[in-house]
Design a protein around this ligand. Structure first.
Ligand code: ATP
Ligand code: FE
Length: 329
């Protein structure tokens, strides 16, 4: 079964295709993303412009994805699209496009949760069978879920202030390292000393599993004013951010008895984070190349998981939702 997935939740127009084999194995056949450059001049995403760009690009990106997969549209057996959370106007473009496509092809349509997409991006690398823990570290989320059974999500911890990706972006900006901040910090960190600035691990000693990045951000600003070099700031901030993410997740794995951990979202592309998780002894699964940040293949993978679990197709009159917590779904 070939499943086409669409994500237009924010400023990336993503279309991907995956193949779900009868034995349950999934293969990514194509993954095309159009990243909107129009927002750079405003220093943030302009929702109305994002919607318009999705409308202008989605046909082309779908054509590119089908071409990459070597398929024609009639080969598609199911369609999945993100219905939330995200920018409503942006979401609606991909959601309506996906529903229309499913109806025209007379195939099932699956509305997907964006965070389920981020989590199932890791299904490109290993079969994801519950129970497992899932840490989503992206531009808008730092959420730790326990997944006791397929399709069931229990929120174990979350950030109390900034998301991890947001903190990488803000620290990169104050250090003058450019945007997007994650890759810039990661690159500069290779030339810096991770012990140069003695950032403390946030919420160290807590009994729960929450995260906090605003204190680190303020400490980074003070260190910057005190003359820390961008490279040392980057390396030291990354060290502290990785420490809190890994240590908190390891404690949660011990508390819940889970031995498999999925780490996904844009920050999961970070090399230092991957190395630190690899050293924990847990079975840690990351998304494959190009699947960490927003994309359509991860939505197709979430669709594949829903189909495999026997979840019914979604009604075609469901809407897009800006706020949609995964844990209550
Ligand atoms: P959400 O899904 O929560 O709405 P989003 O989809 O916008 O957020 P993603 O696209 O998953 O977020 O991730 C973008 C974030 O990932 C940015 O904040 C970016 O700085 C960060 N990021 C990307 N690459 C790296 C990296 N190598 N190291 C650290 N952070 C990174
Ligand atoms: Fe995302």
């Amino acid at each position: 079964l070939r499943i086409l997935g669409i994500d237009t939740s924010c400023d990336d127009t993503g279309v991907g295709v995956v193949e779900l084999a009868p034995d349950g194995r999934v293969t990514v056949l194509a993954n095309r993303v159009w990243s909107q450059a129009v927002h750079a001049q405003y220093g943030g995403v302009m929702p109305e412009l994002a919607s318009r760009e999705h409308v202008e690009r989605i046909d082309q990106i779908m054509g590119d994805a089908l071409h990459e997969a070597g398929l024609s549209v009639s080969d598609i057996g199911a369609v999945a699209a993100t219905s939330g959370p995200g920018l409503v106007g942006a979401l609606l473009v991909g959601l309506m496009y996906g529903k229309g496509l499913a109806q025209a092809l007379n195939v099932p349509f699956h509305a997907a949760h964006h965070l389920e997409g981020h989590i199932f991006a890791a299904a490109s690398e290993a079969e994801l069978r519950a129970p497992f823990l899932a840490l989503v570290v992206s531009g808008g989320h730092t959420h730790l879920f326990d997944v006791p059974r397929g399709g069931e999500y229990v929120l174990v911890g979350a950030t109390r202030d900034d998301a991890a990706g947001e903190a990488f972006d803000k620290v990169a900006r104050l250090a003058g390292l450019g945007y997007p901040g994650g890759p810039a910090i990661s690159e500069a960190a290779t030339r810096g000393d991770p012990q140069a600035v003695p950032f403390k691990e946030p919420l160290k000693g807590q009994s729960g599993f929450d995260f906090s990045f605003s204190g680190l951000k303020t400490a980074a600003l003070l260190a910057h004013r005190a003359g820390a070099t961008p490279e040392n700031l980057a390396a030291s901030f990354q060290r502290a951010a990785v420490q809190t993410l890994v240590n908190t997740t390891v404690r949660a794995a011990q508390a819940t008895g889970r031995s498999t951990v999925v780490v996904s979202g844009g920050v999961a592309a970070n090399h230092a984070l991957r190395e630190a998780f690899a050293a924990t002894g847990l079975h840690v699964v990351f998304p494959g190349r190009g699947l960490n940040t927003d994309n359509g293949a991860m939505i197709a993978l979430a669709g594949a998981a829903a189909i495999q679990a026997g979840r019914p197709a979604s009604a075609l009159d469901g809407g897009a939702t800006a706020y949609a917590p995964l844990a209550n779904a």
